[in-house]
Design a protein around this ligand. Structure first.
Ligand SMILES: [Zn+2]
Length: 387
């Protein structure tokens, strides 16, 4: 099979790998990579209360530098398949557009990385001047506990050392070359719980209505920004997602009120400093009234891969192929980059994200060719002049 990213993407899209199903997607990669001389490992991870998930790690070369292409072959469910213009797992091409669940998020980019690497190896006598790996999770769209986080730990335990990583999540809002992600905000969930004293609405002096206090605390937490942003990040933001009193009566002052919130935070904060800041602001607004904040555990810390030779190499390759100088962004939700950053610098660049998770998810075949060209240039430069 020639190193054709459109054909590779079609092969992957025909696998019904709705998370956590493997459905042949990793088997296809295994076949192609082992055929090119990679040592391929299929690794299954389990945890009680979650599905077992299959993952793949493949490496060629023994020396450094070591460049890793990371990604996931699992996809979100297709929704109502009858509403798709072309079936979600058929890999149909119409007018230069390839349709299917995972076309941009992110089987397409994995197909591009595979094509770029196979072509690089074919031109370079079958061996990289260093090492190339594929670190492919089957558990990104699900609970993400049996995927990248464990695969990295497994690889580190085997003595694998990574120098740089490219994660092919779809990063471009409109056109290829719009955006590279060099970091991600952290994410933290909490619940504000205000207790009071229940009583009759007609005798409020005999009660202590927690609604008054929760409204005051919520107003205080929403009033002021958490910071003014930083060199690579927008301001951190607290967003209330639910306010609950659960009172079915019209004449009883309730004993408790709750409000759930999520914070997306930048590199001005750690989880600990953020918790202290929110507690202090809530305390001031509560004016001595009882409240507490229950924080949920979070594995989504903020990180940034500082601009430098590696980021320049990636954005330079993108600019040459697409004619656009990509914005270096830290916007959007979290990704597996939050786990990879503990092992090596990671930059995210992939396809256009406009249709991800939607009915009729699709990718222009020209975009697959262009992203392959970007990855191909990165491979040349990376091994000729390591960052
Ligand atoms: Zn994804």
């Amino acid at each position: 099979m020639p190193a054709d990213p459109v054909a590779f993407a079609g092969e992957l899209l025909r696998c019904r790998s709705v998370t956590p199903q493997e459905a042949g997607a990793l088997s296809f990669l295994e076949k192609m990579l082992s055929g090119a001389g990679f040592t391929v490992h299929r690794v299954v991870f389990s945890e009680s209360g979650t599905d077992d998930v299959e993952n793949l790690y493949a490496r060629i070369g023994v020396a450094g530098p070591h460049l890793v292409f990371a990604g996931h072959t699992d996809v979100v469910p297709p929704g109502d398949e009858a509403r798709w213009r072309h079936p979600p797992f058929a890999g149909a091409i119409a007018d230069g557009v390839l349709f299917g669940r995972g076309a941009v998020d992110m089987k397409g980019a994995i197909a591009c990385a595979l094509a770029a690497v196979l072509d690089y190896l074919a031109v370079n006598g079958g061996k990289p001047k260093g090492s190339i790996s594929f670190l492919i999770s089957g558990d990104e769209e699900g609970v993400a506990v049996n995927g990248t986080v464990k695969l990295l730990r497994w690889a580190a335990a085997r003595g694998e050392k990574f120098d740089h990583c490219i994660l092919g999540e779809p990063t471009n809002p409109k056109e290829l070359g719009d955006m590279v992600k060099i970091g991600r905000r952290g994410s933290l969930n909490g619940t504000l719980i205000v207790t009071g004293t229940a009583g009759h609405v007609a005798y409020p002096a005999l009660a202590d209505n927690p609604v008054r206090r929760i409204v005051a605390i919520m107003a205080a937490l929403m009033a002021e920004p958490l910071d003014a942003g930083s060199a690579h990040f927008d301001s951190s933001n607290l967003e209330f997602t639910s306010v609950d009193v659960g009172n079915k009566t019209v004449n009883v002052i309730p004993p408790e009120a709750r409000a759930r919130f999520n914070i997306r935070f930048n590199d001005h904060h750690s989880q600990a400093s953020l918790k202290a800041l929110i507690a202090a602001r809530a305390h001031a607004a509560a004016q001595g009234g009882p409240f507490r904040i229950a924080w949920e555990p979070s594995n989504a810390d903020v990180f940034v891969t500082k601009p430098g030779p590696f980021v320049d190499m990636v954005s330079g390759a993108i600019a040459e192929v697409t004619g656009r100088q990509p914005e270096l962004s830290t916007s959007g939700g979290t990704s597996d980059a939050r786990f990879i950053k503990d092992y090596c610098p990671v930059v995210e660049f992939g396809l256009v994200n406009a249709t991800m998770h939607k009915i009729d998810e699709c990718v222009a075949t020209a975009d697959l060719v262009a992203v392959t060209a970007v990855y191909r240039r990165i491979l040349d430069r990376y091994f000729n002049n390591p960052p």
